[in-house]
Design a protein. Structure first.
Length: 422
């Protein structure tokens, strides 16, 4: 694994003489300290790009490291905001200058939110560090519109960091201080890297894409959709505990998912659950395509999604996030023409991030999933069982013929990852 950190290098320079102008908002208002300049040097930015859940782009990690805009909060020793500044187009080479005063002791930076400092926006009334930590944001742009957008995109992921300024020292008739801030992702990333089949005792299960299933008499199964449920959609911009990972309290969580919370999903639904198309990949001509040659019996790079932290969910009743692969299995082959007496059954392969199954989802982590379907998809009268899937996705799929590998890795900004999948 090769890691390159994305750092914000800040050099605070305070002139002994007064400055002529300060266009930056200073919410604290009454500071009598001399004016100063915080110079923010940004490295590691990438090109802007769009995102979609389906597929896994080759340059995904590089895209994730993109910084499109910054909001800077500068605090005094009492945690009061003395400067709040939005930088719409951060300089990647030249320094970004922010005016403040010499009583500055700490700096917080939030990236890629757009300008939320205006009236009625999330940061408008933030006047202390404590108040900033209390601000919540939703991953859904329009929670009541299923086809709406999300705030977390491949090349526009929220990041944040906070650091203490070094003591001011006199240098060349100016006062200087510096701080280096490491940015952290607020989201977790789930990617379904591969689904394999025919790796068990039965090695001639016939898979076809969904659009060919009805007309392929000897097909055994197809994938109809892949989706997430119980996606936790709220987060703070800074953790409650300094240098911690506590971005959300249990009683502040809200949820979304790729399909409606109706059968087979049992009531009650998670808190404020909203169905959202972003978290569902439906079968189509270009989806769930089987590989060829050495990649036969496998489907690769199925999709990826962003969620916010959903930890503290070891009990399945607390709604751990779940990745569902929905399969149509030909339980009974047709025996007549036209083939009207075939019986199909829906099977689910559910991977839970918590609930006693896999690791819980935490900010700044990426979770790569490989699903190996080693079971028998032949008709029931030939010993088939739907590949080991279940008819109930509300609990983890536990079957000896189904093997799920989840590789969790710390996610740096940006990061180059090389992995071999078994």
């Amino acid at each position: 694994m090769k890691v390159k950190s994305l750092l914000l290098s800040m050099c605070a320079i305070a002139a002994l003489a007064s400055c002529s102008q300060n266009d930056d908002e200073i919410p604290g208002g009454e500071s009598n300290a001399p004016e100063a300049k915080v110079i923010i040097k940004l490295t590691g930015t990438g090109e802007r790009a769009s995102s979609r859940a389906s597929g896994i782009p080759n340059d995904l990690d590089a895209q994730n490291g993109t910084v499109n805009n910054l909001t800077v909060f500068i605090f005094n020793k009492d945690g009061v905001v003395i400067t709040k500044k939005y930088i719409g187009t951060p300089a990647s080479v030249n320094a970004n200058s922010v005016s403040t005063t010499t009583d500055a002791t700490e700096v917080a930076v939030i990236a890629n939110t757009g300008d939320l400092t205006g009236a009625g926006q999330l940061f408008a009334t933030v006047s202390t560090k404590t108040a900033l930590k209390a601000v919540l944001t939703d991953i859904l742009k329009t929670p009541d519109t299923p086809a709406g957008g999300i705030t977390q995109k491949d090349a526009n992921l929220y990041m944040s960091g906070i650091g203490n300024l070094d003591p001011f020292v006199k240098k060349d008739e100016t006062m200087q201080a510096s701080v280096t801030i490491q940015l952290h992702f607020l989201a977790a990333r789930i990617q379904l890297t591969k689904i394999t089949f025919n790796g068990g005792s039965v090695q001639d299960n016939k898979y076809v894409q969904n659009n060919d299933f009805a007309t392929t008499d000897d097909a055994n199964f197809t994938i109809t959709r892949v989706y997430l449920m119980s996606v936790q959609r709220m987060t703070q911009f800074l953790p409650t505990t300094d240098a911690g990972a506590d971005y959300i309290a249990q009683n502040q969580k809200k949820y979304t998912g790729g399909v409606a919370w109706t059968a087979p999903w049992a009531a009650p639904a998670p808190t404020d659950f909203k169905q959202y198309d972003e978290y569902n990949i439906e079968a189509a001509a270009d989806k769930f395509v089987e590989g060829t040659a050495a990649a036969k019996n496998s489907i690769s790079d199925i999709g990826h999604w962003y969620t916010f932290t959903n930890d503290g969910v070891s009990d399945i009743a607390n709604h751990p996030t779940v990745l569902v692969v929905e399969v149509k299995w030909r339980k009974t082959m047709a025996t007549t023409k036209p083939k009207a007496d075939a019986v199909n059954e829906t099977k689910y392969f559910a991977t839970y991030f918590g609930g006693g199954d896999k690791d819980e989802l935490k900010a700044g982590q990426t979770y790569s999933v490989v699903l190996n379907l080693k079971g028998n998809f032949k008709p029931e009268n030939q010993g088939g069982s739907g590949g080991g899937g279940t008819t109930d996705p509300t609990k983890p799929t536990v079957n000896s013929s189904v093997n799920v590998t989840v590789t969790a890795a710390k996610w740096a900004n940006p990061i180059n990852v090389e992995k071999s999948w078994l």
